[in-house]
Every structure is written in C-alpha cells, then in structure tokens.
Design a protein around this ligand. Structure first.
Ligand code: NAP
Length: 250
C-alpha cells in the first residue's frame, strides 16, 4: 500500500516539523496544506523533494468545505488516496476575557479548528475505510492541553474548540474502529511556534516557561515525533486516545 500523508497547516510550526520528520520515515508522498503562506509551503516542499520524497503544496482554507473537497481530489489525482491525515491547522485570536469576545470570532475559531478537522476527517474516511474498498489508515488530531486547562483570560474559546476535538477523537475512533482506521490526538502544551504571536504575545513561551515543571517550552519536533508514532504501525492497537506533550503541565 502506498503511504500518502496529508498535513493540514503544514507550512509552519508543528505541521512543518511533522513533515520534515515524516520525510525520514517510509512515506511515499506528503501533501502540505497551507492557508496563505505559499512561500513557507513551497520552500518546505522543495526541502522534502530534496530528501527524495514526493511532495506537493496545496492552498486550501480548511474552514471552507469546497476547498477541502477539492484538496482531497487533487491529492487523489497527483499522489493517490490519503492513508494518513494530521488535522493540524488551527488558529487562536487575541488574548482577552470571554466577555469581550464576539460571535464572529467564535465562528472563525470553531469553523477552522473544529469543522475544518471534521471535513478533512470525513474526506479521509471516504478514502481509507475498508467499508468503501479502502485499505485503512490513521488520523491524528491536534488538540491542546488547553482543552483541560481552559485558557482563562486568554482564549477560552480556543480551549473549548480543542475540547470538542477531544470528544470528536473518542467518538470517531469508536465509530471507524472496524473500518481499519485509527483516530488519536496529541495535546501539546506550550510549544515554540508563531501561534503565540497571533494571540498578541510573541514572548508567551518565555513568560510562562519558569512556571512549567520542565522550566522550558517544547520544540515542534517533540510534538512531531508523537504524531508520527501514533500514525505508525507501532501504534497498531492504539486508538481513541491522547498523548500529552506538555512538559508536565497537566
Ligand atoms: P502555527 O505555527 O501558527 O501554524 C499554523 C499553521 O496552520 C500554518 O501552517 C497555517 O498556514 C495553517 N492554517 C491556519 N489557518 C488555516 C486554515 N484556515 N486552513 C489551512 N491552514 C491553516 O501553529 P502551531 O503552533 O504549529 O499549531 C499547530 C496546531 O497545534 C494547531 O492546531 C494548534 O492549535 C495546536 N497547538 C499548538 C500549541 C503551541 O503551543 N504551539 C499548543 C497546543 C496545540 P499559513 O502558514 O498559510 O498561515
């Protein structure tokens, strides 16, 4: 079976680290989805190709169903049906209190983090499921330790969207367990990526790190290795579960 990996939001951060590590494993092809940073996605694709892996960059807003459907069709045509999906694309908004948040903000966060992951998983299942003639596959969802901590005063809405991802992971794993598909999630803690700047505090890792049990933020590569383990045959009896990668911040 050809191993075809799709990473949503693969152009930067945890997604890009996952792609780089995957290129050292036995994937035949990697699709890098991005939203707006074509420069980062195209540079990464060149890097992966240089390592001998077939790779393409695909622009699509995961919050838009038609764009996700078109993305999967393009992967079918250019690489083959997806056998591994990392639902990594995710956003947060400016740190603020709950009472200051707008409905538009909540819709944007839930459309991207939750509905985006749903639509990608639905399209992946259509291709992976043994009930539809597929050969099975694996899905890893990006949750967050915020799903448990709630992110008070910063982004309760983002944390709640990740709580939805946790429940989704459990339910979907049970539903497709007999279709050859495993579904798991990782819950990163504070990882050194650009996402904190989009919340208005680029230095968030440095501010918080001394309060963490391990006294440091995590590297994207430390999340990537757990994602790739969950996708791999080494995790063949693991489904509906979570790996917390938060340096002991629970
Ligand atoms: P990041 O550095 O901000 O990168 C976000 C990635 O998602 C980029 O590739 C971006 O594409 C893409 N993206 C954003 N909106 C998108 C959309 N609507 N459609 C398609 N792609 C979209 O984020 P990160 O820190 O690596 O986070 C990755 C995942 O881990 C997220 O789900 C996040 O919630 C989760 N997480 C992160 C942390 C952390 O501390 N970093 C902790 C817990 C969980 P462009 O490059 O085109 O903008």
């Amino acid at each position: 079976m050809k191993k075809i990996l799709l990473i949503t939001g693969g152009s930067r951060g945890i997604g890009a680290a996952t792609a780089r590590l995957a290129a050292q494993r036995d994937y035949d092809a990697i699709a890098i989805n991005y939203h707006s940073r074509s420069d980062a996605a195209e540079d990464l694709v060149k890097e992966l190709q240089h390592q001998g892996v077939q790779a393409i960059a695909i622009q699509a807003d995961v919050a838009k169903e038609s764009e996700v459907v078109a993305m999967f069709q393009r992967i079918d045509n250019e690489l083959g049906p997806v056998t591994a999906l990392v639902n990594n694309a995710g956003i947060l908004d400016q740190q603020t209190t709950f009472e200051q948040m707008s409905v538009e903000r909540w819709q944007s966060i839930f459309n991207t983090n939750v509905i985006g992951s749903f639509v990608c998983a639905r399209e992946a299942i259509k291709r992976m499921s043994t009930h539809h003639g597929g050969q099975g596959g694996a899905i890893v969802n990006l949750s967050s330790i915020a799903a448990r901590l709630g992110a008070p005063g910063e982004y309760v809405d983002y944390a709640a969207s990740k709580g939805a991802i946790d429940t989704f992971t459990i339910g979907l794993a049970k539903e497709v367990g007999d279709q050859g598909i495993r579904v798991n999630a990782v819950r990163p803690g504070i990882i050194k990526t650009d996402i904190h700047a989009s919340g208005g505090e680029a230095g968030r890792v440095d501010r918080i790190k001394d309060s963490l049990p391990m006294k440091r933020g995590g590297d994207p590569e430390e999340v990537a290795s757990a994602i790739l383990w969950l996708l791999s045959d080494e995790a063949s009896y693991t489904t509906g579960t979570f790996i917390d990668i938060s340096g002991g911040r629970l």
